[in-house]
Each structure stands twice: as C-alpha cells, then as structure tokens.
Design a protein around this ligand. Structure first.
Ligand code: SF4
Length: 514
C-alpha cells in the first residue's frame, strides 16, 4: 500500500471528523430544533449549537474544543500490514494536533503531564479487525470527556433511583437505559445519543455499547425486540424534560442504539455509552493498494445547512432578562442576578480547570488579581503564530462539577465573582455563592467556535507547566453569552431540573415488556 497517501487519507478523516458534523447527526439536531418553542432557553441553546456547527464548517476548526479520545475501528483485508497502518495513523494524529484540528489530550495518569501530540500509552485507541473484503474500512469517533464521564454500567438485578428494582429481563434493561439518561442530566452536553451494550463482561459490555455509536442515526435494529426498545427509549426519554444542556425542554435524547451479546450465567451487565450532541464520528473506505479514500460513510441522505447568523437577541429576550457585565464585578451586581437571566460579558476572563483549581486550592496567591473576576472552566485549543502570538481556535466550556471540591473555597479566598462552565455544580458551590455573593453561568457546551469568536484577544497566560488545556489563559471577550443557572439566593436550575426529571422518571416504573 502507498503509506504516504494512506497517512494523508487518515489526516483527512481526522480533520473532517473534528470539524464537520456528519449529515445524519445534523438531521437529528435539526429535528430537535424544530420541536423547541422560540424564545425558550432550549431554543436559544440550539440556535447557538447550529450556529457553531456552521462556524466549524466555515473555519475548518474543531466543533468542540474537547476533541476527545480518538478511537479508530479499522477493518483490513487479509495480508494488510497493521503495524504500518498504525504508524500512519499516529503520524496523522500528530500532524492534526500540530495544525490545531485536535487538542493535545493525552495526559500521563500519574503525573498529569501532557504529551502534547495526542500520542502516549493507550492514545489513540485503534481497534483492528480482519475481513474478507479487499479494501480498508476506517472509522473514527472523537468522544469528549464530558460525555465519557456520563457513561454508566449497571449490574442486574439492581435498585434504581425513581424506578425501583431492575431485574434480569427486558424491563430491567429498559429501566437501566431510562435511568442512564436521567443520571446524565445536561452534563454530557445534551441532547445526546446513547449506545447500549447488553451482556458481555465489564469491558466487552462497554466495547459493545461504544460500537453502537458507529451505527447510523437513522438505521433500524434488525433484532425486533431491540428495535422496539430503541423506539421506546427515544420516545420516553424525551418526556423527562431535561432538554438541551439540562435547561429543560422537549428534546433530551437524539438517538438510542442497542446491541446484545452473550454473558456469563452469573453476570448481567447493561453498559451505556453517552455521547453529546457533538457526535463526531465519520468513516471512510480506503483503497488497500493506493491508500486513497474511495467513499465516505454517514454522509448519505438529505443535507442540512445551518445559518451562521448569531442567535436573535429578540428570541433571547422573550424568556430572559439580558444583563451586561464587565469585570471587576461588584457583589451588588452579582446579587441582582437571578436564575434564568442571560449575561453578556465584555472585558477580561481567565480560564481555569482541574489543574488550576487544584493549584489554587493550596497556593498562597493567584498569578493575577482575581478579585471581582470571572473564571471560565475551559481548556481551549490554542495555536501560536510565527510572531509568538497565541490564537484561540476553539473555546467552549468544560464540565464544571469536577471542580466542586474546590470551587467555593477558591471563590471566597480570591474574591472571584462569577464562574462559567457547563452542566452546573453541587450544593457546596451553591452555598458558597450565597455566602460570598457569586454566580454560576452555564455556557453552551460544545459551542467552541461560537465562543472562540467572542474572544477578541489573548492577553497572557500563566501556569503553562500544566499544559495548553490546563493553563490559565487571560482572554479579552466581547458579548460572551451564558445563562445564570445558580445564583446567590440559593436557586439552582440544575437542582430543579434534576428533581422534576426524577419525578417524571418514576412514571416508567411499571412493566412494559412483560
Ligand atoms: S460537546 Fe460537551 S461533552 Fe461533547 S466533547 Fe464538547 S464539552 Fe465534551
């Protein structure tokens, strides 16, 4: 095989997967958008999402800044050299990272250092299979950490919150899947897609669940029982009212695919792989002689083009009050904010995620004066130009709940007034917001191009020793829009939606497939 051409084909596959959402996924997002009423928070979020998809197309830049764990499934003809294929994929991954199409995401699990090129033990994941065809089938999924953290595995029989006992039968499986959607809330950047694996052991069950994510959104399960279950889950999960980003709304789930395999008599696992709306998976058929792409997968059927116009202010206003803020923000300004308000930020904000929060929790001082400032939970994709100037290539919010152990203390100690992230935070932070006078703002998860466009300058960076995604970037922004979902008066939209969706979940307690 011509390895140079094959490597270029893999590079194209990586870039397209990161920047160009497949047609089947676009159609699902479009259907969700049509269901939401104009002016609601869910509609506003979906406007931002579709604007972002279009911007990623136009800029050939990552749809979401978390370009995830690159996972390849490669089928090769008998006789193809898998060692050469693996090396070509590694080189293509490294190049795509250098070009800002992938964020450096491979981190040493013990010392936290970032390899910088997305290569390292276990990264990327490449699963080979041999087959009788004469071409190579190479598929790639980029699944980010926010939704990966919402994967869940059940061991039947078990007791489920809201649903009671789940036994070793189709109804027990149904309950687990419904529960998996409930427990994800908006933290996996809903509306999401789920792949479910029934059976296997703990690791093969998850593999089977993830394999379902390589099915087309529109495909129909050949197993009649599973087809019915998929349809049931898709219909009823959308009655939970979790909605886009967990803001409430009509669409919580965009797709459900279920696979089954044998198990040991003593084990009965139901494994669920949750994928966010930024469902980046593509595939190619490659000529095994020339290394050229001969066909793309998941790109059949009607095209969906989204408008790149910014979400209309008129629609935002219809449900929410819009407040403009510029740091340093006073306690008085913060105490005026209520859950549901839309905040537009101008001026400075500072990124901080896991490493920064851990660092600040024990540090005597912060690298900059954070009094009255805004912290953005974000690990951006950054590129340095020839003049040494940094540019933001993608900069959406990361999952905030990981900072729950630190957030409240850090806000109080350094005087931080606002925290922006996604998915909400817990009771400890909520209490601190009340005591200190702080606010939590939920940005639209995955809208990395939309938010990168709001960033008008990179004014500095600190703590680069933590790696690009974890460093503290000083960003000057204009019109950075997010929703108040936790305020200083003890209100949390996340708590409300969790509570109401748990009540709705309980309606699915009774047997359906008995
Ligand atoms: S859309 Fe959300 S869950 Fe998905 S990769 Fe981006 S930040 Fe993570």
């Amino acid at each position: 095989m011509n390895l140079e051409t094959f490597q270029q084909s893999m590079y194209t596959l990586i870039v397209e997967t990161s920047t160009n959402l497949p047609k089947d996924v676009r159609r699902a997002v479009k259907r969700a958008k049509e269901l939401e009423n104009a002016g609601t928070r869910a509609a506003m979020s979906l406007d931002t999402i579709t604007t972002n998809i279009k911007m990623a197309d136009d800029n050939i830049s990552p749809i979401c800044q978390d370009t995830g764990m690159p996972t390849f499934k490669v089928k090769t003809p008998v006789g193809a050299n898998q060692i050469h294929i693996q090396k070509a994929i590694y080189t293509a991954i490294e190049q795509a990272t250098k070009d800002g199409k992938l964020r450096p995401n491979s981190v040493d699990s013990l010392d936290g250092s970032n390899s910088g090129n997305n290569l390292g033990p276990g990264t990327p994941v490449i699963k080979f299979e041999q087959w009788e065809e004469d071409y190579i089938d190479a598929r790639l999924i980029l699944k980010g950490g926010g939704c990966e953290n919402k994967n869940i595995q059940y061991s039947l029989p078990c007791e489920l919150e809201g649903l009671g006992k789940a036994g070793r039968d189709l109804d027990g499986i149904r309950k687990c899947i419904m529960h998996s959607v409930y427990q994800a809330q908006g933290q996996g950047c809903s509306a999401g897609f789920i792949g479910v694996g029934i059976g296997g052991d703990r690791s093969s069950g998850y593999d089977l669940a993830k394999a379902q994510l390589f099915r087309g959104v529109d495909d129909v399960n050949e197993n009649e029982e599973l087809r019915k279950l998929e349809e049931y889950v898709l219909k009823h999960a959308n009655e939970l009212g979790i909605g886009t980003m967990g803001f409430g709304g009509e669409t919580t789930l965009l797709g459900c695919k279920i696979g089954v395999m044998n198990r040991l008599p003593a084990s009965f696992f139901v494994s669920v792989a949750y994928n966010c709306w930024a469902y980046r998976r593509l595939g190619v058929a490659v000529n095994a002689e020339t290394g050229e792409i001969k066909e793309w997968f998941y790109q059949d059927g009607a095209d969906v083009s989204f408008d790149s116009a910014q979400p209309e202010e008129q629609e935002v206003k219809s449900e929410s009050r819009v407040v403009t803020l510029e740091a340093p923000i006073t306690e008085e300004q913060i105490r005026e904010l209520k859950v549901g308000d839309v905040v537009q930020i101008n001026g400075m904000m500072y990124t901080g995620r896991d490493a920064i929060h851990k660092h600040l929790s024990t540090a005597d001082s912060a690298p900059v004066d954070l009094n009255g400032q805004v912290i953005y939970h974000c690990g951006p994709v950054m590129l340095k130009d020839e003049d040494g100037q940094w540019h933001v290539k993608a900069a959406g919010p990361t999952t905030s709940i990981r900072e729950e152990p630190y957030q409240g203390d850090i806000m109080k100690r350094f005087g931080i007034r606002a925290v922006i992230g996604k998915g909400g935070m817990g009771p400890k932070t909520l209490q601190a917001l009340g005591e200190h006078g702080g606010v939590y703002l939920n940005a639209i998860g995955g809208a990395a191009q939309y938010y990168a466009d709001c960033i008008k300058g990179v004014e500095g960076v600190d703590l680069m020793q933590f790696g690009i995604p974890e460093a503290m970037w000083h960003l000057r922004v204009e019109g950075f829009t997010a929703v108040v979902t936790m305020d200083s008066h003890g209100n949390s939209l996340h708590e409300e939606v969790d509570k109401s969706s748990l009540e709705k979940l309980a309606k699915f307690k009774e047997p359906v497939f008995a």
